[in-house]
Write a protein that binds this ligand. Structure first.
Ligand code: ADP
Length: 215
């Protein structure tokens, strides 16, 4: 199964992708995670992308599309979840071409819906393990020991772009560039909207029934 998962920052795309790949043999392709890994490893891509991530702006399309092309070309038939790509209409058009060139097909596009008013609190409270990437929330899901990851014992920190001023820029970029994709994919189909409110397990139940996957 090949999926596109999109929605506003803080909707829970990463969390839902993680739950999905626990059950299905799929490759999770998160452009945000790929950029962060490149920044950590100080690669050429990381150096190009860093300023954009720090400011909460979209990385230029040419860089982002090149990255996705590289990843999709090396999947060897494995199903995938695209998380955080496409993020605007230009990227959506490029993806469509790429999918066709590679002889692939998108089985479903899932829009994870969370009202804007809820997003700021989700994002400012989010904490992430520096080592394994497990995510927490200071109120909804704090680690058992303050600042220490339950999974691997790594340091639990706030993502630099989860500071309030950067979040505002990310939400603006979403409204301007990404939200219009709803109309694009509604027309293109198969498209489904999933309510992203509630616990991650509750949302996953809705996701799995929308995708006809066992939960
Ligand atoms: P979120 O969805 O919570 O904003 P991500 O981890 O998906 O977080 O993205 C973090 C940052 O990575 C974005 O603010 C942007 O700078 C960059 N980024 C990720 N995906 C894309 C994309 N498809 N196009 C441009 N920039 C992107």
């Amino acid at each position: 199964m090949n999926l596109i998962l999109f929605g506003p920052p803080g909707a829970g795309k990463g969390t839902q992708s993680a739950l999905l790949i626990e059950r299905m043999q799929m490759q999770h392709i998160s452009t945000g995670d790929l950029f962060r890994a490149a920044i950590k490893n100080q690669t050429k891509l990381g150096k190009e992308a860093k300023g954009f991530l720090d400011r909460g702006e979209l990385v230029p399309d040419s860089i982002t599309i090149g990255l996705v092309e590289e990843v999709l070309s090396s999947l060897n038939g494995k199903g995938f979840i695209l998380d955080g790509f496409p993020r605007n209409v230009v990227q959506a058009g490029a993806l469509e071409k790429l999918i066709e060139q590679l002889g692939l097909k998108i089985d479903k596009t899932v829009f994870l819906e969370v009202p804007l008013a809820k997003l700021l609190g989700r994002l400012t409270g989010r904490r992430v393990c520096k080592n394994c990437g497990a995510t927490y929330h200071i109120e909804a899901k704090p680690p058992q020991k303050d600042g220490v990851c339950d999974v691997c014992g790594g340091q639990v920190l706030q993502r630099p772009d989860d500071k309030e001023d950067v979040i505002r820029t990310r939400l603006e970029a979403y409204e301007k560039s990404t939200r219009p994709l709803k109309d694009y994919y509604k027309l293109k189909g198969p498209y489904v909207e999933v309510d992203g409110l509630g616990t991650s397990e509750e949302v996953f139940k809705r996701m799995s029934s929308a995708l006809h996957v066992k939960h």
